[in-house]
Design a binder for this molecule. Structure first.
Ligand code: GTP
Length: 182
């Protein structure tokens, strides 16, 4: 089977660990220093369910409640990793706003999304429970995962799950377009 090309955008509030998750997945390392991202694109080959993928990962600049959703991330992107930090109530609020803007700009009812609560290693500083995250993802009809870029917990699951979600959405669209009225 030929390899499929997929583009994924990682979005969320500042400093939630978007770069750290991307770098952990692509390079297998964690960098402790904080360097705000403007935009970084990574490529990685990966395999899910016997299918090879050529993945383009766009690590975006941190957004806040006032940011305009960058229009370049509304086209050509197959799925989104929406990240908040379990230690930051603000980042959880901002991810809801980003989600609303994303739906608005794509004009779609359903977009493949994995909602990620990052920094689970900082359990003493936890502000958002797993239940709250799960509930939000349920409202969105998205998949929910908690992760730690630092400890490399569930990091590859995020991207593999999203690739499966994209595949599911693709199948649904194809089924619809093959549907004829007689
Ligand atoms: N303890 C802990 N720290 C983390 C984790 N992920 C990221 N960090 C730290 O959080 C800070 C911000 O991480 P980044 O990956 O740069 O965050 P970002 O979301 O890309 O930030 P912006 O580019 O500003 O939007 C850095 O100091 C990281 O080392 C994690 O899972 N656990």
């Amino acid at each position: 089977m030929p390899s499929k090309q997929r583009k994924i955008a990682v979005m969320g509030y500042r400093s939630v660990g978007k770069s750290s998750l991307s770098i952990q997945f692509v390079e297998g390392q964690f960098v402790d220093s904080y360097d705000p991202t403007i935009e970084n694109t990574f490529t990685k080959s990966t395999r899910v369910n016997s299918q090879d993928y050529e993945l383009k990962l766009v690590d975006t600049a941190g957004q806040d409640e006032y940011s305009i959703f960058p229009s370049q991330y509304s086209i050509d992107v197959h799925g989104y990793v929406l990240v908040y930090s379990i230690t930051s109530t603000k980042s959880f609020e901002v991810i809801k706003i980003i989600y609303d803007k994303l739906l608005d700009i794509t004009g779609k009812v359903h977009v493949p999304i994995v909602l990620v609560g990052n920094k689970t290693d900082l359990h003493m500083e936890r502000m958002i429970s797993a239940e709250e995250g799960r509930k939000l993802a349920e409202d969105w009809n998205a998949t929910f995962l908690e992760a730690s870029a630092k400890q490399n917990t569930s990091v590859s699951d995020i991207f593999h799950t999203l690739l499966m979600e994209i595949e599911k959405a693709d199948t649904k669209t194809n089924e619809k377009s093959n549907c004829s009225i007689s």
